[in-house]
Design a protein around this ligand. Structure first.
Ligand code: ADP
Ligand code: MG
Length: 465
């Protein structure tokens, strides 16, 4: 094993930190049941030369993971560690000969009726790392944080019900609302608290329709004391799910149970969401989270370097804080990348390496976003079939969606005009230039277009981060 003077406890921490980063992305891309069944049992062992070695409980496990989640895992590890990164599997020795699949069927979480068993009979899906202690206070999150803390002491009993937090990507919404959940469980261990994102809620709802268990689905959520739903904007356009959520919301609210929600924008701007829901979201407290100021960014970096067991000088932290300004997730990502860059190349952490890493973060931002993902999100937004955008249709709404997709591809990816044209049914690069300038012009005078572009960018950022 190599030695790195700058990084304490490196061998112990590094694989764990890297794997934890991976899990975060994975968790956002699979259902809760899948995550728990297949990903939580994986143990990170060591990291060498961009290869993260992990241990799986059995051979069957390995085959299943390899068959179903290979792409997701490869992509995730590359996002975290760089293009050459790979995952290597070892199978836990005691089970090496275990050939018998012993996998429980995937079902909805159920609350046990057995009163003799200890309190929390179901998974809350809260990540224990999201706490108030690890949440740095700043001007941008003052109100939201104060309200969150009041709710934790008296869930359902304050006028902050529902508590609706909104703000841009990577600003700490998920962290804050999970901190509330964790704190409530600490204060009131008997309360039933559940956290999930609105798209997982939708997936579970659809699955319950398919398996004829809609009643079980609704009853499960109606029994909660605290229902925390992240990224509620994902309910937009899903009328049936909204309708079910509406009834669950009413029942919980009437019973004075705490409801906590987040979104990328304030309730009134959630176009495409049922008006009844929008008005209910405003019954309690709506609080926004703004991007952190410089001092807060430095404080966050200091705290995280401590958490990761890194020692980094102030001028380097200030450099990073001055150059990564609008997203706390990126601040964190930068530190992790810096740690990886230093240890993979056995270099020390200095300003030069920090500059290189900040540059890489800016490139990653573009590499992560693909023309395909942009097209998908734009088509989804306009409810247009993706194929239409590639063929010759000159229908007004298709033309607009196509032009917007081209414009966003130019802005958010590193692709050339020629490549962009090819993706849209082999169109010429001059067509792409025309589309980009048309959108560029129109957005100055057309507020609706400007707003649409912002929403789309946000959705793209969320799905690609
Ligand atoms: P959002 O849900 O708004 O997109 P997250 O809650 O996922 O953002 O935050 C992104 C990352 O930044 C998380 O790892 C989170 O722990 C961290 N983070 C955000 N805000 C803070 C804060 N105020 N103090 C410490 N860490 C923070
Ligand atoms: Mg979030």
């Amino acid at each position: 094993m190599k030695e790195f003077a700058l990084i304490d406890k490196k061998n112990l921490f590094e694989p764990t930190i890297i794997w934890r980063e991976c899990l975060r992305t994975i968790k956002e891309n699979v259902t809760l049941m899948t995550y728990n069944t297949w990903f939580t049992p994986i143990k990170p062992l060591e990291l060498e030369n961009s290869i993260l070695k992990v241990q799986l409980p059995s051979r069957f496990f390995w085959e299943w993971i390899d068959e179903h989640y290979n792409t997701l895992i490869s992509k995730t590890i590359q996002d975290v560690l760089g293009a050459e990164a790979k995952l290597a599997y070892v199978i836990s020795e005691e089970n090496e000969n275990d050939q018998v699949p012993k996998i429980e069927p995937v079902t909805l979480p159920v609350i046990s009726e057995d009163v003799n068993k200890p309190k929390q009979q179901f998974e809350s899906y809260l990540n224990s790392r999201y706490t108030f202690e690890s949440f740095i206070k700043g001007e941008g999150n003052q109100l939201a944080r104060a309200a969150a803390s009041a709710i934790s002491d008296n869930p359902g009993g304050t006028s902050f019900n529902p508590f609706f937090v909104y703000g841009g990507v990577g600003l700490g919404k998920t962290h804050l609302i999970q901190a509330i959940g964790n704190k409530i469980l600490q204060n009131f261990p008997d309360k039933k608290v559940i956290y999930l994102s609105a798209d997982i809620f939708t997936v579970e709802f659809v699955e319950s329709i398919q398996s004829n268990t809609v009643n079980e689905f609704s009853n499960f959520y109606r029994k909660m004391d605290v229902l925390i739903i992240d990224d509620i904007q994902f309910l937009i356009g899903k009328e049936k799910t909204q309708d079910h959520f509406f009834h669950i919301f009413n029942q919980l609210h009437q019973a004075r149970k705490q409801i906590i929600l987040t979104s990328d924008k304030p309730p009134k701007d959630l176009k495409g969401l049922d008006e009844r829901l929008i008005s209910r979201f405003q019954w309690g407290l709506t609080a926004d989270i703004q991007p952190p100021d410089l001092e807060t960014r430095i404080a966050i970096l200091k705290r995280k370097t401590g958490d990761y067991g890194m020692s980094v000088s102030n001028d380097i932290l200030e450099y990073i804080a001055n150059n990564i300004t609008s997203n706390i997730r990126e601040l964190e990502g930068c530190l992790i990348k810096l740690l990886a860059n230093a240890s993979l190349n056995s270099k020390e952490i200095n300003l030069e390496l920090a500059k290189k890493t900040v540059k890489e973060i800016a490139t990653d931002r573009k590499v992560n976003v693909s023309i395909e993902s942009i097209t998908k999100i734009v088509c989804n937004y306009f409810k247009i079939d993706e194929n239409k955008i590639r063929d010759k249709t000159r229908k007004k709404e298709v033309v607009l969606a196509r032009q917007i997709s081209m414009y966003l591809s130019k802005e958010l990816t590193k692709s050339s005009l020629k490549t962009i044209g090819l993706h849209f049914g082999g169109r010429d690069h001059s067509t792409v230039i025309h589309a980009c300038s048309a959108i560029e012009n129109d957005k100055e005078s057309d507020m609706l277009l400007k707003d649409t572009l912002e929403t789309l960018k946000n959705n793209i950022e969320i799905s690609c981060s």
